[in-house]
Design a protein around this ligand. Structure first.
Ligand code: PLP
Length: 406
């Protein structure tokens, strides 16, 4: 008899974006004349930078000539890209990360989900709430989350982040093995300052926890005291893995590329108490289950580190952050409480008195024809908030704000 992995049957139906799509479709059918503005889904709208396109063309041409054709590449990524990452994303900021600690992938979603492969299923977990849903679901699939009641899993320790605590999660008062931190945060758009992040590193070092640090929105940081990498914090090389992505940095949501840093010194323990390095374990996992990111895509990623590439990437990020500024100022002027949008392309709005997340979602859709994302879809502590993204087109952001003002 074929048995399924019953952990998958425990997954809660992720109805967030399906429900959003359904409500928008129904509204669209009932009001075909409405010009709906979509500020819900976190996907970019600017085209790829010219330097990336040139690199893609050049690499495609290489693949068409026998002398330069490439077949399977190294599973952990080509040296040219890993060295560029080490130099530009880390050494240039005074951070010690070697090329052999970098694993190129097809985007951060894969590795944030897959990294649990090399970690025991008995590990306990801490998550900030609300949060990017992949961390929860991938641990449910692995059988690590326990049972679910009222949207909360029995073996997950939740650290709520709301306006009441200024979106700074409280450090658990008991030992936890695996801790997911995402900064700048999706969905709240908020960040941790260097001293706040340092407390998590200290906690992890003292208690022997592993920090799984998702820095997918690092490129959007504008403030000085917000760390771009967890390795800016002393001791983090002994307790943290870092995930990065080119999706929101350089418009690679469709092209697919990112990377994971697993420092050489990072260790976990076997049941018999032996300390084991995670870097070779992850290397082994990747060699077995992953055959590398496309050569042309890695050349495209390398191109963002050229002088022209850097300037073009910066221009796109500035475009989105100007959207964020326009929306933040207009919404604040309209009397709403707005968080995020300073170091991240997400705005997190407190819903007006008497409105739950879905109520306010409906109001924005019905009265103003604007699509948002209900905060409660990212976790129970997201109730009473909605998320707007700054990834839209400028004219749409401006029009949305005009409608709200009117
Ligand atoms: N991590 C966070 C916090 C995200 O918001 C996203 C995408 O929205 C990802 C990771 C996944 O990014 P990628 O496109 O690199 O898979």
């Amino acid at each position: 008899m074929i048995q399924v992995n019953e952990n998958f049957l425990q997954l809660q139906r992720n109805y967030l974006f399906a429900e959003v799509a359904q409500r928008v479709a129904t509204f669209g059918e009932q009001h075909p004349e409405a010009k709906i503005i979509r500020l819900g889904i976190g996907d970019v709208t600017r085209p790829l930078p010219p330097a990336v396109i040139e690199a893609l063309h050049a690499a495609a041409d290489e693949m068409g000539r026998a002398e330069t054709f490439r077949g399977y590449g190294p599973e952990q990524g080509y040296a040219f890209l890993r060295e560029a990452i080490a130099a530009h994303d880390y050494r240039a900021r005074g951070i010690d990360v070697g090329a052999d600690e970098i694993f190129v992938n097809d985007g951060a979603k894969s590795d944030t989900g897959n990294f649990g492969d090399i970690l025991g299923t008995q590990n306990s977990i801490c998550l900030t709430d609300p949060i990017y849903p992949v961390y929860v679901d991938s641990n449910v699939m692995a059988g690590r989350a326990g049972t679910c009641r009222d949207g909360l899993w029995s073996r997950i320790v939740y650290a709520p982040c709301t306006a009441e605590n200024d979106f700074v999660p409280e450090i658990p008062d008991k030992p936890v093995d695996l801790i997911y931190l995402c900064y700048p945060n999706n969905p709240t758009g908020t960040t941790l300052r260097r001293d706040e992040l340092a407390k998590w590193v200290e906690y992890a070092l003292q208690g022997g926890s592993l920090l799984l640090y998702d820095a997918a929105y690092e490129a959007y940081i504008t403030e000085e005291d917000v760390p771009h990498s967890i390795y800016e914090i002393e001791g983090a090389r002994e307790c943290a893995v870092e995930f990065r992505s080119y999706s929101k940095t350089a418009g690679f949501t469709g092209l697919r590329c990112g990377y994971t840093v697993v420092p050489r010194g990072l260790k976990a323990t076997t049941q018999s108490g032996e300390r084991v390095q995670l870097n070779p374990l992850w290397h082994r996992r990747q060699c077995t289950k992953f055959n590398g990111t496309a050569y042309v895509v890695q050349r495209a990623a390398e191109a963002i580190y050229s002088e022209a590439g850097k300037a073009q990437v910066r221009a796109n990020i500035d475009y989105y952050m100007e959207n964020a500024r326009i929306m933040r100022e207009a919404l604040t002027a309209g009397g709403l409480r707005v968080y995020g949008g300073v170091n991240a392309p997400y705005l997190w709005l407190k819903t007006p008195e008497g409105y739950g997340s879905w109520d306010f979602f409906d109001k924005l859709l019905h009265d103003h024809h604007i699509v948002s994302t209900p905060g409660v879809g990212f976790g129970p502590a997201g109730e009473g908030y909605i998320r707007l993204t700054a990834f839209g087109k400028r004219e749409d952001c401006e029009e949305a704000m005009r409608r709200l003002r009117a």
